[in-house]
Ligand binder design. Structure first.
Ligand SMILES: [Fe+2]
Length: 586
């Protein structure tokens, strides 16, 4: 245990004491902010929030003239979303938290909360304070130093009493504060609900009123943002701030899980290859394209508030890991990193088409790309899942959370004329790794919740046979001005054993383009990509209903309308109800 504890200490120090703010006068932002904190090779990375950021045109919310980061040629990107030089009494943009409750000991919980600030200026305080009011007035319970680069700060409060609702505020300087509520753990509720969301297009700036209104009405116990919280690639700090400003009114008063996906770390796709170095931002050689310092900043901003990692040793290149476990109201969530250990396709499998990750030849040999030695979740996460599957202390149900789906439940990609057989970006490949992961989820009695695909589906996975694996819900994109996808079998036939009574024509048993068995229960295709009300943007709500021993997958359009019963209408074919499984019999 000792080496592991030491690694964890290094991890924590890395979070709380990154770079220059920890040197010199440690209570104020230093006069000199490194203009290239990610190295000379990437001089513009996170440029809107680094160096003398306040002197740049972007500080006022204007279009910048600087090129995008990296060696790649300049490309079009969305304009600065807001005035980066914020009024100083509004400099704390948002806070995000989770509470880890040890089974049976809610008063010995751990609160982890991160505050995200707008960029600060030299001479300003770099300290933020966390205060709570347990009925006797505001009391300071923690102080944290704001990191540079990144402008985030993290609190870890042990011995947290999770039995009552507690108002909190994060404060900076004299006048800036951000308020919210730490909810009690909903251990006594008969139903626990989790919102499942992903893919929040940066091409559509501005507020998310319709989504926030729908989510407030659903009032989930947990928020899960599965990735692509921002598509700003080389400007993660501003993208993350933008995401926070859009969602802070639901994030501020309930626990939230955010895990970064490919676009959050600035890549088109991501096969992390255990932390290798990708040769392009397309990522298909495996590894990360941007420097470790950038990747770790992204991970720190998005995941510092998660429970401590269960196996914290960094991967190659000193990239941190965050896979972990969070129990909310007795629902035990395994939070996975399905990109980090996965092998890239370029150079590791026979080439089957114009792109290393796309296959279109219907005659290709499915097993030829399932080369021995390819990794999906990696041994460390498989080991974690194995022990997690059998640990049911204080647990009423289980779910795995990760970025993407363990199948390719998509036929049309990008536009309705572009049919693609297999996309190796999904967790349907490598098939052996897919089946290993699904066997463990089935053993755990868990469902799987994810995003990434820009196409909402509920499937039951088949491992050896149809319908012998876990159920899985892929969320729609929150705002999909990025990439449309459709479920549309080429022969337009229903699968074997279609879902009785479904209004959807193509449900039932199918093989995906990788030869994986799936049973399609529901999907939400875009009707019209040019009309935001018909683009199938939206969010999922998964309800763990303990009275009925059922799990209900609901899926709502971004712009909800009222149904005949007065409740918000779901996409046709939803909800999907599946049995809530108990612990393994061992
Ligand atoms: Fe996405």
């Amino acid at each position: 245990m000792l080496p592991r504890a030491r690694i964890f200490l290094v991890f924590i120090l890395g979070i709380s004491c990154s770079l220059s703010l920890c040197h010199g006068d440690d209570t104020v932002v230093p006069q000199h902010l490194d203009p290239t904190p990610f190295g000379k090779e990437f001089p513009s990375l996170d440029g809107w929030a680094t160096g003398q950021w306040w002197t740049k045109p972007s500080a006022g919310g204007n279009e910048p003239t600087q090129p995008s980061g990296g060696k790649k040629k300049k490309r079009r990107r969305p304009p600065v979303p807001f005035q980066i030089d914020a009024p100083r009494d509004e400099v704390i943009a948002f806070a995000i938290y989770t509470v880890t409750v040890p089974p049976g000991k809610p008063t010995a919980s751990t609160l982890k909360l991160s505050a995200q600030l707008f960029p600060l200026k030299p001479g300003e305080s770099n300290q933020v304070r966390l205060e709570v009011d347990r009925g006797t007035g505001w009391t300071e319970i923690g102080k944290a130093t704001v990191n540079y680069p990144g402008w985030d700060a993290s609190f870890r409060i042990p011995e947290w009493d999770a039995t009552t609702s507690v108002p909190y505020r994060v404060r900076h300087g004299k006048n800036a504060e951000f308020t919210g509520v730490i909810r009690p753990d909903p251990a006594e509720k008969n139903e626990i609900s989790v919102a499942v969301m992903s893919c929040n297009s940066s091409r559509t700036p501005g507020q998310r009123e319709a989504l926030i209104n729908g989510l407030k009405e659903a009032d989930p116990d947990l928020l899960f943002f599965a990735g692509d919280q921002t598509y700003r690639h080389t400007e993660h700090t501003i993208g993350w701030l933008e995401f926070g400003l859009q969602f802070r009114d639901i994030i501020r008063d309930r626990p939230a899980v955010t895990i970064p996906d490919d676009h959050d770390v600035g890549q088109g796709n991501l096969w992390g290859a255990g932390g290798g170095k990708a040769s392009t931002s397309a990522g298909d050689t495996g590894g990360y394209f941007y420097p470790t310092s950038y990747v770790n900043m992204v991970q720190r901003q998005q995941t510092s508030h998660l429970p401590d990692p269960v196996d914290p040793a960094p991967v190659k290149g000193d990239i941190g890991v965050y896979f972990t476990r969070l129990i909310v109201g007795g629902v035990d969530f395994a939070i996975l990193e399905d990109r980090k250990f996965k092998t890239g396709p370029n150079g590791t499998i026979p080439k089957m088409g114009p792109r290393a990750d796309h296959i279109n030849d219907p005659a290709y040999d499915r097993s030829a790309i399932d080369v021995p030695g390819l990794k999906l979740l990696g041994q460390r996460q498989l080991d974690f899942l194995k022990s997690w599957a059998h640990d049911w202390k204080g647990v009423r149900s289980k779910a795995a959370l990760s970025q993407t789906a363990f199948c390719g439940a998509v036929h049309l990609h990008g536009n309705p004329d572009n049919r693609l057989l297999a996309d190796l970006d999904c967790n349907g490949w490598p098939q052996t790794g897919r089946n290993k992961a699904l066997r463990l989820l089935k053993e755990a009695g868990a469902v799987h919740l994810c995003g990434d695909q820009h196409l909402a589906v509920v499937v039951q996975h088949g491992i050896d046979e149809f319908r012998d694996g876990p159920w899985s819900f892929t969320s729609p994109a929150l705002v999909n001005t990025i990439y449309g996808r459709w479920w549309h079998p080429e022969d337009e036939h229903a699968g074997t054993n279609p879902i009785a009574g479904s209004p959807l024509p193509w449900t039932g048993d199918y093989e995906d383009g990788l030869g994986n068995k799936i049973t399609m229960a529901a999907y939400a295709n875009p009707e019209d990509r040019n009309d935001e009300t018909k683009r199938a943007d939206g969010y999922g709500i998964t309800r763990f209903e303990f009275d009925k021993q059922e799990i209900v997958f609901q899926c709502f359009p971004r712009f909800t309308t009222q149904g005949a019963d007065g409740a918000p209408k779901q996409f046709p074919g939803w909800p999907v109800t599946v049995p809530l499984e108990g612990p393994p019999k061992d």
